[in-house]
Design a protein around this ligand. Structure first.
Ligand code: KG4
Ligand code: ZN
Length: 330
């Protein structure tokens, strides 16, 4: 079969990224222009500022991805972009740019769901991984337990009823004074802490999650006792969150008789969560997670996801629009 080169564009939140991926799995370049430093001073992503910075960065980022991959625009087979979920103004920058490229170069356009991209990051890091498998998507905006039936068919088994895991990490970090984005900072500090603080754990009969209770408990403890050991707070927080993630994932794996479990999304870069999931290997499960740079937002994962949609004939036309609330099975 002829090699297929996909150019991917990601702009759903605060990273402007462009990547060239060969045959869905081989990354030739993955340029990520992060706006973290810009949003840090506001304690979170400011949508208007994000859109403006995407507009300024997109051309440079796309050109750099082609240069790094040592490939010309004409050699690209497919143009792809994230069209949702995400911030509408941010998404529109990537969508418009991808549409313009597709029109000008007469190349097929494939639009991808950002969450499908996070899942596909695992195909890049694990060339042997194929569906079916379970995927726990844990990011700043999402917490979903999904049955990946095929490369393009997804069934949601459980989701958060309130905060996403990353949101809880970021909020806890902000309140105890660690700054933004909080996830990596909590991860680092937790390594020095002891698991000695009692925190509430949620349990539902189905496979849903909830993280607002534990987030509020941590914040209240800190407010009542500002001298409380922050490292202990972080490690106790991580422990309870991880138990909840593990409990539902295992329940789903047992009932569906699936032994392959993948993690995806920014929070899957967390060291404690990764190590706790790795322990499941002793029980016969195979555990997958992307390398850290592919856990957080990037365009290589978008190009990989788009490759599989392209193989299925899922092309789009210039009527494509951004869909900020796009669902996983759309
Ligand atoms: O996937 P992502 O880049 O963006 C979304 O699609 O939401 O995820 C960003 C989230 C942030 O909440 C960030 O704090 C969290 O991932 N994160 C982490 C770690 N690295 C990033 N959370 C915990 N531990 C980490 N090491
Ligand atoms: Zn993301």
């Amino acid at each position: 079969m002829k090699d297929i080169y996909v150019l991917g564009i990601e702009s759903s939140c605060d990273e402007t990224s462009s990547a060239i991926v060969k045959n869905g799995r081989e990354v030739l370049s993955n340029v990520i222009n992060s706006q973290i430093a810009i949003h840090e001073q506001f304690g979170g992503v400011v949508p208007e500022i994000a859109s403006r910075n995407h507009t300024e960065a997109i051309s440079k980022v796309v050109k750099e991805s082609l240069n790094k991959a040592q490939i010309s625009m004409e050699q690209i087979d497919v143009i792809s972009c994230t069209y949702g979920p995400g911030l509408v103004g941010a998404l529109l920058v990537g969508v418009s740019y991808a549409k313009a490229l597709s029109y000008a170069l007469k190349k097929p356009l494939v639009a991808t769901n950002h969450i499908h991209g996070h899942i596909a990051a695992n195909y890049i890091s694990h060339p042997d991984l194929e569906p079916p498998f379970l995927c726990l998507i844990i990011s700043g905006g999402h917490t979903h337990l999904v049955h990946i039936k095929t490369y393009t068919e997804f069934e949601i088994l459980g989701k958060t009823r309130d905060d996403a895991v990353g949101e809880a990490f970021d909020k806890v970090a902000r309140v105890i004074g660690l700054g933004y984005p909080g996830g990596p900072k909590v991860d680092k500090l937790a390594k020095e802490g002891k698991l000695n603080i009692e925190l509430p754990k949620t349990h539902f009969d189905n496979l849903d999650f909830s993280f607002s209770g534990i987030k509020t408990a941590v914040i209240n403890l800190h407010h009542k006792n500002p001298n409380i050991n922050k490292a202990d707070l972080c490690s106790s927080f991580e422990k309870v969150v991880t138990e909840e993630l593990l409990q539902n994932t295992l329940k789903a794996a047992k009932s569906l008789k699936i032994d392959k479990i993948a993690l995806a999304g920014g929070v899957s870069a967390n060291t404690y969560i990764r190590n706790e999931f790795l322990k499941l290997q002793n029980k016969g499960y195979k555990i997958y997670y992307p390398e850290p740079v592919l856990c957080t937002d990037n365009a290589a994962m978008i190009a990989s996801s788009a490759y599989y949609k392209y193989l299925k004939g899922e092309k789009t036309d210039l009527s494509l629009n951004a869909v900020p609330n796009l669902k996983i099975n759309e």
